[in-house]
Structure formats: C-alpha cells, structure tokens
Design a protein around this ligand. Structure first.
Ligand SMILES: Nc1ncnc2c1ncn2[C@@H]1O[C@H](COP(=O)(O)OP(=O)(O)OP(=O)(O)O)[C@@H](O)[C@H]1O
Ligand SMILES: [Mg+2]
Length: 292
C-alpha cells in the first residue's frame, strides 16, 4: 500500500487549482463555490467546469496547473522579465512546444549526466539569427524540467539591450569578463527571480580584448567547475560570420547547437560554420530552425 512517505512531499502538499487561483486573486471565493457545484453535478474536471461558466480562461488554468506542479512560469501581468522570454510567459504556446522538442533532442543526443557533456554553445552564422532568444528560452525549458541550469552570456560583442542581462533584467555589475580577467568566480552568477533553478552569468563590463580573454585557460577551468554544480550549461555567443569568438567558445564547450532563422539565415553559411567548428573538434549536436 502507498503511504504518504512513498509520495514526493510536493505532491502530497500540492494545493488545489481552485485554492491557487483564489490565493492569487484570479478567482473570487464565491465563484470557486459555483465551479465546484457544477463540477460535482456534471462530473467535469475543475478547469472544464470553470471555462463552461466563463469564470476562467484556458490561460488561467494553465497558470494554476504550473503552480500546482511547481513549474517555473510567469503570469502575463508579471513584467519583471522581458516579454521575449516566451518559455516563461507562454510555455504552452507553439514556441514553447518547439523548445521542448529541442530539449528532448538534446537530452537524447548530448546531456547524459557525464561531466564532459554538460556544456553547449548556441551558435549561428549571422547577426540577429536569434541565438540569444533561443539560448535564454532553452535555458528556461531546461529549468522547467528540473535541471539545474546555468546560462552564460559569452557574447562580449552584444549591444547591452540585446544581452542576457537585459532579457532577464538583472543588475549590471561584474560577470563573465571579471572571471576571465581573474577577478571573481562562479559566485558572480545571478539567480533569476521567479524562475527557481535558473542561474545566469552576465557579460559584465565589456572588455576591449574579448577574443584574447575568451582564449584564456581560466574559461575552461570555470566551465569544469560549473559542470560539477549544474546539469545543463548553455552559452550565448556572437555571430560566427563576424568573429572567431564562437569557435573559441565552442571548442571550450566541446559541443554546439546551430540556430538558423527561417527565411534569413543562409544554409551555405550555416554549413561553413558547422564545418569550421567540427574541424576544431566541436560536436554539433542539434539544430534549431527559429521561425519567428
Ligand atoms: N522565435 C522568435 N520569436 C520572436 N522573436 C524572436 C524570435 N527569435 C528572435 N526574436 C527576436 O529577434 C531579435 C534578434 O534576436 P536575438 O537577439 O536573439 O538574435 P541574436 O542572434 O542573438 O542577435 P545578435 O547578433 O544581435 O546577438 C530580438 O529582438 C529577438 O527577441
Ligand atoms: Mg545575441
């Protein structure tokens, strides 16, 4: 027989969807009563009864379900992070579905728990292909699966408004560049409020010599240390066509995933970058067609 000791405590203690919606102010207590009555009378699931009574929307139910199962998900009204983080704001959208498919592909092809298989660079040939978008949202879907995830912004060339610091609305302040300069360690990673399990290492002050810094041995040592602490480490990079940085970063990571933007990225350029990376010993473990 199952005793409560057999069941994870989060499940035993999980509040009902109705309780969550009342406590977050989405539903009034008197409406909760109405829903429960219809639910019992018609033997409907709670969500279906609430939708039939037009008291809740499908989005309200998804939000409550995510809270019930401790799933990192932000309410649309919560403006604390950039709306571009669709995996956090609209996890059940088509983009969210696609990101989860990429996550499954990567779990099969790359992340297997071994220390040497924890890091993945997110690369693409051109500017604006969506590397930062894909890296940030993929980091969120890994977090939602319960993986301890670190997102490293190694695009030391990015405009500040396109950086991971801006997407996650984190403090400016020291980040990767300080670690590479020997002035700090992994204690500089920042937690993302509202998305437990996700850590971000921002760029920090932009250095005048990015390539030289990325080539330092301290980068490799930092990734080795991070591999002991995290399950998944994703690295955002600058465009592969414009700088050698992506190659240097991917060689440190050991593996990379290619982002191609629909109707924008040129297939020959992606193949050339892929070949260059493979020649440097990088495993190409997946591709994302970013079709915004
Ligand atoms: N799938 C998508 N859905 C919606 N918007 C997207 C998508 N992909 C990218 N974008 C938007 O397109 C713009 C460029 O994307 P992003 O900054 O991620 O590209 P990048 O490859 O990192 O560019 P850069 O070369 O500047 O580093 C951003 O405003 C981003 O939010
Ligand atoms: Mg970018």
């Amino acid at each position: 027989m199952n005793t409560s000791e057999d069941i994870p405590s989060a499940v035993v203690a999980a509040p009902s969807i109705g309780d969550i919606l009342v406590s977050t102010g989405v539903l009034r207590p008197q409406n909760l009563e109405q829903i429960l009555q219809l639910q019992q009378r018609e033997k409907l699931p709670f969500g279906e009864a609430a939708i039939a009574l037009k008291l809740l929307t499908r989005e309200d139910i998804d939000f409550a379900l995510s809270k019930q199962f401790d799933y990192s998900y932000l309410d649309a009204q919560d403006g604390s992070l950039s709306p571009q983080l669709v995996a956090a704001y609209k996890p059940f959208s088509r983009v969210g579905e696609n990101l989860r498919a990429v996550r499954s592909q990567l779990m099969l092809n790359w992340f297997n728990g071994e220390l040497s298989r924890k890091v993945l660079a997110v690369v693409s040939p051109g500017k604006g292909d969506g590397r930062s978008f894909v890296a940030a949202n993929l980091a969120i879907v890994f977090t939602q699966q319960g993986q301890r995830t670190l997102l490293i912004d190694a695009d030391l060339r990015a405009k500040p408004e396109c950086s991971q610091q801006a997407l996650f609305q984190l403090d400016r302040g020291p980040g990767l560049s300080s670690i590479l300069a020997g002035r700090g360690g992994l204690d500089l990673v920042k937690l993302v409020p509202g998305l437990p399990g996700l850590c971000v290492l921002t760029v920090g002050a932009v250095p005048p010599n990015p390539q030289e810094l990325l080539g330092r041995a301290v980068f490799g040592r930092m990734l080795m240390k991070a591999s002991e602490l995290f399950d998944v480490i994703l690295i955002d990079t600058p465009s592969g066509n414009d700088y050698a940085d992506a190659e240097i970063i991917s060689a440190r990571a050991g593996a990379a995933i290619m982002v191609a933007r629909k109707n924008q990225s040129l297939v020959p350029q992606a193949s050339v970058l892929s070949r260059r990376l493979q020649d440097s010993g990088v495993s190409m473990v997946g591709a994302v067609l970013n079709d915004a």
